[in-house]
Design a protein around this ligand. Structure first.
Ligand code: SF4
Ligand code: SF4
Length: 302
C-alpha cells in the first residue's frame, strides 16, 4: 500500500480540488482507495467527493489537556493566576476561585505545580472528531478529522486519523491511502507527512506561493519519501512559475505537471463536484489526467 499525502505550504492554491480529482482518477484506474482528510481545521474533502452522510459515524477523541480548578480545595490565593504565561487564569472576584479560560489554556501544568493546595488538575479533554463516510458515486471510504473551534492539538488528531486510515486501508486491502494534508508548514502538516511514501506539493505561480513551496519542500526533504510538484493555475504569473520550477529542479522534486487556469474549475467547486467529473474534457481535467498518469508511474502502478 502506498501512502500519498498532498500538501501546499499555504492555503488557497487548490490542494483539495487536486486531491478530489486524483481520488476519482485513481478509482478509474482500478486502484482500491481510502481517502483521508487531514486538513482538520477546515476539512472539506468529503463535501467535494459527495460523501454519503447516511452511514456517517462520529467518534470523539481526546486531543489536548486543560487545567481544572477544584473549587472545594481552592483557598483563593491567586498564585496560579500569576503563574500562567498564557494568561489563561483570571480571578475577577478575590473571594472566589479563579476561572480557567479554556481556549487559552495549553495544558502545560505549571499552575498545578504552583498551587499550594493541589487544587488544580490537568485533564485530557475531547476536542476532535473522526467522521467515516463513503464517496457517493464510487463507494470508497473517506475518513475526516475535525478539530473543535478554538481547540489546540491538531497534530494529535492528524496522527490519530492517519492511524485509523492505515487500519481502514489494511482492512479493504487498499492500494493507496490518499491524504489531503493541512495548508502551511506547522504541526498537522508534519504529522500528515510522517510515514508517507510520496508527497505531492500543490502550488500556484505567485510570489507568496513560491516562498511557501520553498519552505514545504525544505521540510519534506527531511523525510524518507519522494516529492512531486503540481503547479495549479499555471499561467497566472510566468516569473514565479520559472522560480518554482528552478527550486523543484534544484531539490530533486519530480515535476508531475501543470494545471492551466480554467473557468470550469470555480463552477465545479461551487457545485461541489471534482473537475474531472464535472467537465471531463476541460483543460484542467485533461491536465489532471496526465498528472495522475505520471504519479501512477512514479508509484509503480503502471
Ligand atoms: S493557586 Fe490553587 S489555591 Fe491558589 S487560587 Fe489558584 S487554585 Fe486556588
Ligand atoms: S495548564 Fe498552563 S496554560 Fe493552562 S492554565 Fe495552567 S499554567 Fe496556564
Amino acid at each position: 500500500m502506498k501512502e500519498v499525502v498532498v500538501v501546499s505550504g499555504k492555503g488557497g492554491v487548490g490542494k483539495t480540488s487536486v486531491v478530489a480529482a486524483l481520488a476519482i482518477l485513481f478509482q478509474e484506474n482500478n486502484l482500491n482507495l481510502v481517502a483521508l482528510d487531514a486538513d482538520v481545521d477546515a476539512p472539506n474533502l468529503a463535501l467535494l467527493l459527495s460523501a454519503k452522510d447516511g452511514k456517517r459515524v462520529e467518534d470523539e477523541i481526546e486531543v489536548s489537556e486543560k487545567a481544572f480548578i477544584l473549587a472545594d480545595d481552592c483557598v483563593h490565593c491567586g498564585q496560579c493566576v500569576e503563574s500562567c504565561d498564557e494568561h489563561a487564569i483570571v480571578q475577577p472576584d478575590l473571594e472566589e476561585p479563579p476561572i480557567i479560560i479554556r481556549y487559552l489554556c495549553e495544558g502545560c501544568g505549571k499552575c498545578a505545580v504552583i498551587c499550594p493546595e493541589t487544587a488544580i488538575e490537568i485533564r485530557a479533554v475531547k476536542g476532535g472528531k473522526i467522521i467515516n463516510s463513503k464517496n457517493n458515486a464510487n463507494g470508497f471510504p473517506i475518513i475526516t478529522g475535525q478539530i473543535a473551534i478554538g481547540e489546540t492539538g491538531s497534530g494529535k488528531i492528524v496522527t490519530e486519523i492517519k492511524k485509523r486510515g492505515r487500519e481502514a486501508a489494511q482492512k479493504v486491502n487498499a492500494d493507496v491511502l490518499l491524504v489531503d494534508g493541512a495548508p502551511g508548514t506547522g504541526c498537522p502538516v508534519i504529522a500528515a507527512i510522517t510515514g508517507a511514501n510520496y508527497v505531492i506539493i500543490v502550488t500556484e505561480p505567485t510570489p507568496s506561493a513560491m516562498k511557501a513551496f520553498e519552505r514545504i519542500t525544505y521540510i519534506a526533504q527531511h523525510f524518507p519519501l519522494e516529492i512531486g510538484l503540481v503547479i495549479n493555475k499555471s499561467d497566472l504569473y510566468e516569473p514565479s512559475k520559472a522560480q518554482i520550477l528552478e527550486i523543484a529542479r534544484n531539490n530533486s522534486v519530480e515535476i508531475l505537471g501543470e494545471i492551466p487556469l480554467d473557468k470550469n474549475v470555480p463552477y465545479s467547486i461551487a457545485q461541489a463536484e471534482p473537475i474531472v467529473t464535472y467537465a471531463p474534457e476541460s483543460p484542467a481535467a485533461s491536465a489532471l489526467k496526465l498528472i495522475a498518469e505520471r504519479l501512477l508511474q512514479s508509484l509503480r502502478f503502471s
